[in-house]
Design a protein around this ligand. Structure first.
Ligand code: ZN
Length: 132
């Protein structure tokens, strides 16, 4: 069986938004009890990742590190947001997470983050649970 859901969110600026609760709700109310959950963002200047939810400084540090990793090159892309495109590919646009008994399997300190590298924007998140 396959269930596909989606939701939208508006990002205020560059940053990481915790979307764990929204995805957990979809998994909890879906028809699939055990399997895998694929999270996919159909964007080229955003991404999705799992990281620490306890100390918000971790997210600030990750953003600072990504900004440092992407050099200020004489980019050719005329839209002017090439660094956001590069960071999107570094982070990736999808995740696969285990589902057990209608719940995401995550570590105590793990949350799922939509990574906005080019906001403010309206972003879409697909959540597809596959299993039985
Ligand atoms: Zn662009």
């Amino acid at each position: 069986m396959i269930g596909l859901d989606q939701f939208f969110l508006d990002t205020p600026r560059e940053g990481f938004l915790d979307i764990t609760k929204k995805i957990s709700e979809i998994v909890r109310h879906g028809s699939i009890k055990d399997g895998i959950c694929q999270v996919f963002v159909p964007h080229t200047t955003a991404g999705v990742t799992v990281n620490e939810n306890a100390d918000p400084d971790v997210i600030a540090d990750m953003l600072a590190a990504l900004n440092q990793m992407v050099p200020k090159l004489p980019f050719r892309h005329r839209e002017g947001n090439s660094p956001a495109h590069v960071k999107s590919s570094l982070v990736g646009c999808s995740l696969t997470l285990p589902v057990a008994n209608h719940a995401l399997v995550l570590g105590t300190w793990q949350s799922i983050y939509l990574c906005e590298f080019d906001g403010p924007r309206r972003r879409q998140v697909y959540v597809q649970v596959v299993g039985g």
